[in-house]
Ligand binder design. Structure first.
Ligand code: DAH
Length: 350
């Protein structure tokens, strides 16, 4: 109030020298106000609102230009113009923000109206999934052994040294540990390197006779390449009974492989595993080459005795196979990594 009064006094006092420019500035501000109000109200979207804000109130906007010419006014008149300009500025900013709100609301309402979901529209359908080739392979293997009277037993992937090595006749510092380096966890736990520990866990609680297969994930400290992965799958086979000998092992393995691969040539090769004696590796002839597909052997009496099982009375055989290898041969897959990368173009072929 006080200032306004002073202004009118000054206006009268300096009427001659400054009325024109003061009035001119005030006129300009009022003109700008009207024009801005109108434009803001009519702005069609947020973008043009922003353009208006910059054009009227920005650093190089029209209000700044007006304020710039304030320098021509006598000092006493300037505050009035400054105050007027500030009021205008905050009024316009408020107007812009209101307009912005209403534009947003409008577009929301429009979206609600136009983007309705037609619940009566016919479905476009959910593409049917299919089973992963590795799972299908595992199921096929289990299916064959089920037909031979084997039950399915699973064991933990996090194991300890005893089940993964010791009880399988692989004491500390045994060279066989070299090929089965793994991932070690706290409290002497490790990720199992094979499904063989399930033999021990099962025999601890189930007296012979025993016929089981044990599928599952296993881990090795292997670099990844076309045929190696630090995680892969095995199926363990175990049969313990009175009077089992190598011919039962051979007969079982041959029956299984014939069922799985059809009539591919099969050969047994003498080999070594700490937990079987004698031991063998089994090869299948594929694309003119012998391909190793599983290890097997007669369960070493030391393993049975370690479990308190009378090895004079009970004998048996065991075998272990890699599911990925079986899957790759069966489906002619060239690279193990394809089985783990979830590429639908690959997976949809099965
Ligand atoms: N556990 C062995 C491995 O992972 C595979 C194996 C070989 C299992 C011979 C057996 C067996 O039960 O008798 O390399």
């Amino acid at each position: 109030m006080f200032r306004a009064d002073l202004n009118s006094i000054f206006r009268e006092t300096f009427a001659v020298s400054s009325t024109v420019s003061l009035k001119k500035l005030i006129d300009e501000i009022e003109l700008l106000e009207k024009e801005a109000e109108k434009n803001i109200q009519e702005a069609k979207n947020e973008e043009s609102l922003e353009t208006l804000r910059v054009g009227f109130l920005g650093k190089k906007g029209r209000l700044s230009v007006i304020l710039g010419s304030m320098g021509n006014l006598p000092g006493e008149e300037r505050p009035a113009i400054g105050q007027r300009a500030n009021l205008l500025k905050s009024a316009l900013l408020e107007l812009i923000s209101k307009r912005q709100d209403s534009l947003r609301l409008d577009s929301l309402e429009k979206a609600i109206k136009t983007e309705t979901i037609d619940v009566t529209a016919p479905p476009i359908g959910t593409p049917p999934g299919n089973r992963h080739p590795l799972i299908m392979t595992k199921e096929k293997i289990i299916d064959i052994f089920s037909g031979l009277g084997y039950g399915v037993v699973e064991g933990p992937e996090v194991e300890n040294d005893f089940y993964n090595f010791e009880a399988l006749n692989i004491p500390a510092n045994h060279p066989a540990r070299d090929m089965q380096d793994t991932f070690y966890l706290e409290n002497h736990l490790l990720l199992r390197t094979h499904t063989s520990p399930v033999q021990i866990r099962y025999l601890e609680n189930n007296p012979p006779p025993v016929r089981i297969v044990s599928p599952g994930r296993v881990y090795r400290r292997d670099a990844v390449d076309a045929t190696h992965s630090p995680v892969f799958h095995q199926v363990e086979v175990l049969a313990i009974d009175e009077g089992l000998d190598f011919s039962h092992l051979r007969g079982t393995v041959m029956a299984f492989l014939k069922e799985f691969f059809g009539d591919l040539p099969i050969r047994f090769r003498a080999s070594y595993f700490p937990f079987t004696e004698p031991s063998a590796e089994v090869d299948v002839q594929w694309r003119g080459k012998w391909l190793e597909v599983m290890g097997c052997g007669m369960v070493d009496p030391a393993v049975l005795e370690g479990l308190g099982i009378d090895s004079e009375r009970w004998t048996g055989f065991a075998a272990g196979l890699g599911v990925e290898r079986f899957c790759m041969v069966r489906h002619e897959i060239d690279d193990i990594r394809r089985l783990f990368t979830s590429d639908l173009r690959f997976l949809q072929q099965f």
